[in-house]
Design a protein around this ligand. Structure first.
Ligand code: DQQ
Length: 483
């Protein structure tokens, strides 16, 4: 697909009220995982799992886009296409990009069976040549009984050695991430599992029957392993986890762990280390609506906002929206020092907007519940609430009234937060996407599909007790597409 065709597809879908306007998503049809994130000669390259022919997961290609600023993206030609008769004939599944002494190299998954493939570029990532010896690894080590699950290579270099992590499973035990080593990226030695889960665990410590999409971050001596978890039901995508620890003598010693994202829609993240050493993460925001609605819409899947990941003392992670996003800010409303109690809407000026950023610091009193409603219709029938509840120490997204359409998800979700004097919410609403950063360390994402043309109201409410608003900034955000 060339740029003019991509533009035509984007323009055709531009007026869909559910289609996000400042998130990356493909020109049309299906997208899932981010792949091969890399900064090359200053530009950010984003590849993604892509079915260019229909809004369903089919014969997967690698789509490709590029950005100078992490915010605005330009479509580039499809990078990888399944090649008949080759190891990736049925699909080019997830993988990574590396700089092999100046040669841009993709390592990705062929399927049926799952195996590792390699491609290189001689024109700064624009076109890709498949390695003639593909697959470079034909499948998981026999002894593991991985049931053929062996995908999503993540590769990095330490000294003279290349290391590779593979998503896999051990039958009857749980998910696992396998460790390999190589000197030339072509011949690989299997070492051992880097980490093994327990699918039968009562406490959800390291759950899941299959782990996919590994990534490994280095913060000095601290390492952070990231992967996404499949549940026991067929194709059940649960959520990504992180495990912090150390990596010595090719062994990973876990020290702390946590959920990378809450809400059930953010999956298969990858992290890019930019030239300044900053780690920036994107994940796939899944859809929450029926296949017939997706077919009608003609598109499925959105990339999350770029999220800056940094270490916290004790092994936790700080998660904040990338500061580059501030370039999207347009109309601004500001409130400060307000004491709120009672039942009115405290935002004056009747803000009607489905493309917003909100940055708010609250001082909640004991036993209070307050929050925002988004995409609120004039008759109150449609609305989505983001609620802070001090008694349960939760921030929830209440979706039961988010849409009058019964073919879309409307369950609630929440994240448990630590008690504190201040609750900081950083919220991004982009049509059907709602992303919330709580206190700089929790990230919650959801999807909403209101139906009424006037479902665009924003309100601030208190439904129990009282709260002080230290500061509240609201911006309308620009679209990133010139359509
Ligand atoms: N999706 C890809 C796989 C990956 C899974 C296929 C995660 O490579 O394991 O599109 O969403």
């Amino acid at each position: 697909m060339n740029n003019a065709q991509a533009f035509t597809q984007r323009k055709k879908l531009a007026n869909d009220p559910h289609r996000p306007q400042y998130h990356f998503l493909p020109p049309a049809n299906w997208m899932n995982d981010p792949n091969g994130l890399i900064q090359w000669k200053g530009q950010y390259h984003l590849f993604y799992q892509y079915n260019p022919y229909a809004p369903v997961h089919g014969r997967i290609h690698w789509g490709h886009a590029v950005s100078f600023d992490l915010v605005h993206w330009t479509d580039l030609p499809i990078a990888l296409t399944p090649t008949p008769g080759q190891a990736d004939a049925d699909g080019c599944w997830s993988g990574c990009a590396i700089d092999n002494h100046g040669i841009p190299t993709l390592m990705y998954s062929g399927i049926h069976p799952q195996r590792v493939c390699l491609a290189t570029s001689a024109d700064d990532l624009l076109t890709w040549q498949y390695y003639s010896g593909n697959p470079i690894i034909a499948g998981p080590p026999d002894a593991l009984l991985a049931g053929g699950h062996f995908r999503d290579p993540f590769v990095w270099k330490e000294g003279n050695d290349w290391y590779m992590l593979m998503g896999s499973r051990i039958e009857g035990v749980g998910g696992t991430i396998l460790l390999y080593r190589s000197l030339d990226l072509i011949t690989w030695d299997y070492l051992h599992p880097l980490l093994v889960g327990d699918a039968n665990t009562v406490q959800p410590v390291l759950p899941g029957v299959m782990w996919e999409c590994p990534d490994f971050l280095t913060f000095g001596d601290q390492r952070v392993l990231i992967f996404s978890i499949q549940g026991p039901r067929d194709n059940e995508l649960l959520h990504p986890l992180y495990v912090s620890g150390t990596f010595r003598d090719e062994q990973f010693l876990p020290q702390a762990q946590g959920m990378l994202a809450h809400g059930g829609y953010f999956y298969a993240p990858q992290v890019l280390r930019n030239d300044q050493g900053r780690y920036i993460m994107w994940g796939w925001l899944m859809e929450g609506r029926s296949n017939s609605l997706l077919a009608e819409a003609g598109w499925a899947g959105v990339m999350s906002l770029p999220i800056v990941v940094a270490p916290l003392p004790g092994g936790g992670l700080s998660l904040e929206p990338s500061p580059e996003l501030t370039s999207l800010r347009e109309n601004h409303w500001r409130y400060e020092g307000m004491e709120l109690s009672g039942t009115e809407n405290f935002l004056h000026g009747d803000i009607q907007d489905d493309r917003l950023e909100i940055l708010a610091e609250f001082e909640p009193a004991q036993n209070c519940e307050f929050g925002f409603t988004f995409r609120h219709s004039q008759d109150d029938k449609e609305q989505t609430r983001l609620v802070y509840q001090s008694a349960s120490q939760r921030v929830s997204i209440e979706r039961e009234q988010s849409s009058l359409n019964t073919e879309v998800d409307r369950e609630n979700s929440f994240v448990a937060i630590e008690a504190g004097e201040v609750c900081k919410l950083h919220i991004f609403l982009d049509h059907s996407v709602l992303e919330v950063f709580v206190n700089g360390s929790c990230y919650l994402a959801s999807r909403i599909y209101p139906t009424c043309p006037d479902s665009s109201g924003l309100e601030l409410f208190v439904r129990e007790g009282r709260v002080r608003v230290r500061s509240l900034d609201i911006w309308h955000l620009a679209s990133i597409w010139n359509l």
